[in-house]
Design a binder for this molecule. Structure first.
Ligand code: NAP
Length: 303
């Protein structure tokens, strides 16, 4: 039996692993992907993590994994199927068997949301992508569209503009969530055309993306844009498949816990992007990892 099981090896789970090992807790880290680091490894550049200006997201994820490895964290690479949190012993059932611990930190993060329009699913991997840094290179000198008005959409459009002939940024409103610094840079780029007040109605093409149909939400007018690729950046959905009903979540599925990371279930803590919070950043995720271990230690001492 472990003192602590941490589920997820993104910035929150890796930070929790480092703090747990330093607190000498007998800890197991469970991660579904071979490479840890979480969503950050798909980010081209991270420029707001203190002390590491302009670091490539992949490098930052790798550095965090290596840091946890330095403490010889015990790891299992497998999918979590279900959690039993009803008793003092928390049970984590995976493809590799069931693991038990006195406390549990859920740091499963979130994944890109879908647009849910015609053609999206059928053409995923054939021009539809959720990761510009992963797939952008396939669209060198081509025309692409990015959908969304947040930081990720702006970062993706800027990244693609460096290699693509032209990039459309399509947003459903005429105001953007993206940070001012990104907005300024994007509006300076001469091969990015911003189309506001428009939604994507359909992604068209036989065995690859050929065009998208967009609709102006104010005039109701539809038109077709010829594009070779569509990058969807419309926010995230929590990775909450394994979270049982006993753990309180909000209507979107994010686990309810404050900055102590304590959930409504004794001995269960939520850290990083899976926790209901206002600001999802690497820096807030790693802070959660530390706080969750602090709270877990307090809980274990009281047992
Ligand atoms: P986000 O900030 O939630 O933005 C999602 C965007 O997609 C919004 O503009 C939203 O429009 C739009 N949208 C949502 N559903 C849509 C739909 N069905 N159809 C069309 N448009 C839709 O998400 P994000 O950009 O993925 O960023 C996620 C988090 O990571 C944020 O907290 C962000 O600040 C953070 N992040 C930070 C950095 C950084 O600091 N460097 C980099 C990347 C991400 P509305 O605005 O109309 O709702």
């Amino acid at each position: 039996m472990y003192d602590l099981i941490i589920i997820g090896a993104g910035p929150a789970g890796l930070s929790a692993s480092i703090y747990a090992k330093r607190a000498m807790l007998n800890t197991l880290l469970i991660e579904k992907n071979y490479m840890g680091g979480g969503q950050i490894v798909n980010t081209y550049e991270v420029d707001n993590y203190p002390g590491l200006p302009s670091i490539n997201g992949f490098d930052l994820g790798l550095k965090m994994s290596e840091h946890a490895d330095k403490f010889e964290i015990e790891k299992v690479c497998t999918d979590v199927i279900s959690l039993d949190v009803t008793g003092d012993v928390k049970k984590v059932t995976t493809d590799e068997g069931t693991f038990e611990a006195k406390a549990l930190i859920i740091a499963t993060g979130n994944s890109p949301s879908k647009l849910n329009v015609d053609g999206e699913e059928r053409l995923t991997g054939m021009g539809v992508s959720y990761c510009a840094t992963c797939d952008g290179a396939f669209f060198k000198n081509k025309i692409t569209a990015v959908v969304g008005g947040g930081d990720v959409a702006f970062e993706d459009a800027l990244f693609l503009s460096r290699g693509c002939e032209k990039v459309y940024l399509i947003h459903r409103r005429d105001e953007f969530r993206a940070q001012a610094v990104l907005r300024e840079e994007l509006f300076r780029a001469d091969n990015i055309e911003v189309i506001t007040d428009n939604v994507v109605e359909e992604i068209n093409g036989h065995d690859k993306v050929e065009s998208i149909t967009i609709k102006n939400v104010k005039s109701g007018e539809s038109k077709t844009l010829d594009v070779n690729g569509v990058f969807i950046a419309v926010g995230n959905t929590p990775n909450a498949e394994c979270i049982p009903d006993e753990i309180e979540t909000d209507e979107k599925g994010y686990v309810i816990a404050d900055e102590t990371c304590v959930t409504n279930v004794k001995g269960v803590f939520a850290a990083g992007d899976i926790r209901r919070k206002k600001l999802r950043q690497v820096v807030t995720a790693v802070a959660d990892g530390a706080n969750a271990v602090y709270s877990a230690e307090e809980y274990l001492r009281g047992q």
